[in-house]
Design a protein around this ligand. Structure first.
Ligand code: PMP
Length: 401
């Protein structure tokens, strides 16, 4: 008898499990809209040309494979903070940002969660309802208590702004408020700049600490600066804040696990201390992060020609998704005779569309139509082609009614 008899089978992951089910489906019509990964119009994975160029450069230079320091590659940490805040931002100029390379967005969030657990015992993290499924896992595993604030309003298929403000106000003073910097996952609904100002007001009033998750910088609008506007607005108020970053989507570096955690402090002295403690958390977890993705980012962002190429390619990717979004809306509006207003699809931004399909309707999408998606009704438009929009519209209309 096994010593592991007491270990029960874990359920499949609600997002990555969708890809497993997709792979097992043998029907030719199958469509994987589960995981948020960019595909070409031919529905193939895409490696950015600028990434290939950076990798060729790295090969030519014959760079070594020595360990990185615990905090990661210095050149990466510099450019990642600059990309987020803008190179001339006073928080950078004055050395107030503690930046540590992390294992992409997830690993960076996990480092921050460990920091909160250790230095803010009992403090709660408020997360949006709904949110990316892994947020809850991350805080659970880090033993950080969390609760939800209202975000999505099913009646308007839009933002429940008053609910959000009320719940942030009602949270215990000094809570961490987790915010999606842009392209909210899964809803695709972002606050306007005026709304961000009001959110910042209540967070300041209640002495909360904003904690941004920025997994889609450049992917929402096509512009890196525009997508960082929320974070910069908070930083400009002189607030202390946390920001987790990921290069999975905007540089297509999913498997390289490259991202960072940034902690903006009110003094450079505090930033140095925070950084030292983040390193202390990272060391027993994984010692030091991988170098390859960090070099790619540092090479691209640090070189004006490559940086420009990246921005062009990102616009292209964001543009393809916008095109698919429009076509899906057109197909739904033309095919659906029920009079339903589908314009919410056009209002949403980023990789995803939140269709409003419930669990059993989402099951119908998969079981009858071979369309794989998460059970909360989210579809990844990055995994959709123009050619498949009509088919998807048929599936959605059939599942709705
Ligand atoms: N946060 C959000 C909101 C996300 O959607 C994702 C990616 N799905 C991540 C963080 C982190 O992803 P990764 O660990 O691949 O960077």
């Amino acid at each position: 008898v096994s010593r592991f008899e007491g270990i029960t089978m874990a359920p499949p992951d609600p997002i990555l499990g969708v890809s497993e089910a997709f792979r097992a489906d043998t029907n030719d019509l199958k469509l994987n809209l589960g995981v948020g990964a960019y595909r070409t119009e031919e529905l193939q994975p895409y490696v950015l040309n600028v990434v290939k160029k950076a990798e060729n450069l790295m090969l030519e230079r014959g760079e070594n494979k020595e360990y990185l320091p615990i905090e990661g590659l210095a050149a990466f940490n510099n450019v990642t903070a600059q990309l987020l805040f803008g190179a001339d931002n006073p928080v950078i100029q004055q050395g107030k940002v503690a930046t540590v390379q992390g294992l992409s967005g997830t690993g960076s969030l996990r480092l921050a969660a460990a920091l909160i657990e250790r230095y803010f015992p009992g403090a709660k993290v408020l997360i949006s309802s709904p949110t990316w499924g892994n947020h809850k896992n991350i805080f659970n595993d880090a033993r950080v208590p969390w609760s939800e604030y209202r975000y999505y309003d099913p009646k308007t298929v839009g933002l429940d702004f008053n609910g959000m403000i009320d719940d942030i106000k009602a949270a215990p003073e000094g809570s961490f408020i987790l915010l999606h910097g842009c392209a909210h996952n899964p809803t695709g609904i972002d606050p306007t700049l005026e709304q961000w100002e009001k959110i910042a007001d209540v967070i300041q009033e209640k002495n909360h600490i904003p904690f941004f998750d920025v997994a889609y910088q450049g992917f929402a609008s096509g512009s890196l600066d525009e997508d960082a506007a929320s974070v910069r607005l908070f930083a400009a108020r002189g607030m202390e804040l946390l920001v987790a970053q990921s290069y999975s989507k905007n540089l297509g570096l999913y498997a390289e696990r490259i991202g960072a955690i940034n902690v903006v402090c009110s003094s450079s002295d505090a930033a140095a201390r925070v950084k030292s403690q983040l390193k202390r958390i990272a060391r027993p977890m994984y010692s030091n992060p991988p170098v390859h993705g960090a070099r790619i980012v540092a090479n691209i962002v640090g070189d004006p020609a490559l940086f420009k190429e990246w921005k062009d390619e990102m616009e292209l990717m964001a543009g393809r998704i916008k095109g698919v979004r429009q076509k899906l809306f057109n197909s739904l509006s033309a095919k659906d005779k029920s009079g339903k207003d589908w314009s919410f699809i056009l209002k949403q931004i980023g990789m995803f569309s939140f269709t409003g399909l419930n669990k059993s309707q989402s099951d119908n999408m998969t079981n009858k139509w071979h369309v794989y998606m998460t059970k909360d009704g989210r579809i990844s438009l990055a995994g959709l082609s123009l050619a498949k929009c009509e088919y998807l519209a048929d599936a959605i209309i059939d599942s709705y009614h």
